[in-house]
Design a protein around this ligand. Structure first.
Ligand code: GAR
Length: 203
């Protein structure tokens, strides 16, 4: 069986990246993580990639005249490695038309809230400020908006009395690490079908 090639784009810590790599190395996994790319040179995720022996690249957007040129360079790298699926994992940039156009229906993101509630930055703090009793995480296809693409899977996490951002984030993150690799496997098993805004998951 030919395994799917995954690239992970990240801007920071890279714990989802690590969870995806671990799952790709489990018996029977149907995908391989071919590379990690960060827009931020100091991202801890790049060091994690080195420890896993996965090629890690820093592409600095500031060195390009605009998003289109930056994403063109990024796409050259992704295409050179024959990437089938691009996974955003704490990648803190809006995806532009160049990347979207080259990987239509092949870019996923994970967000630490139950979308469409609390998109954008500091989702866990937004949820706590709002006083919700349940939050969680969402994996969705990426479109040109901020966390607006078709939802694939969600995992609820109860908000406990006395939760602060750190505690809630930690419990949500544990679920992110389970949910994201599962969805990637579903993608490569051909189980995801997009019908408008709805993603149908076949058995
Ligand atoms: C994760 O909680 C992820 O859901 C979130 O950033 C964190 C990255 O952690 N992403 C967003 O908020 C995107 N809107 P990680 O670098 O340890 O995977």
């Amino acid at each position: 069986m030919k395994k799917g090639n995954v690239a992970v784009l990240l801007s920071g810590r890279g714990s989802n990246f690590a969870a995806i790599v671990r799952s790709s190395r489990a018996d029977g996994a149907d995908f391989t993580v071919r590379l990690a790319v960060s827009d931020c040179g100091e991202a801890a995720g790049l060091k994690k990639a080195a420890r896993f022996g996965i090629p890690a690249h820093h592409i600095d957007p500031a060195l390009f005249p605009g998003k289109a040129a930056y994403e063109t360079r990024l796409c050259e790298l992704l295409e050179r490695e024959k990437i089938d699926l691009v996974c955003l994992a704490g990648y803190m940039r809006l995806v532009g038309p160049v990347l979207l156009g080259r990987f239509p229906g092949r870019i996923l993101n994970i967000h630490p809230a139950l979308l469409p509630s609390f998109p954008g930055l500091d989702a866990q703090a937004q949820a706590l400020r709002h006083g919700v009793k349940v939050s969680g995480c969402t994996v969705h296809f990426v479109d040109s908006g901020t966390d607006t693409g078709a939802i694939i899977a969600q995992q609820a996490v109860a908000v406990r009395s006395g939760d602060d951002v750190e505690r809630l984030s930690r419990r949500i993150l544990r679920q992110e690490h389970i949910l994201y690799p599962r969805v990637i496997s579903m993608f490569f098993a051909g189980r995801l079908q997009i019908a408008g805004r709805t993603v149908i998951i076949s058995e």
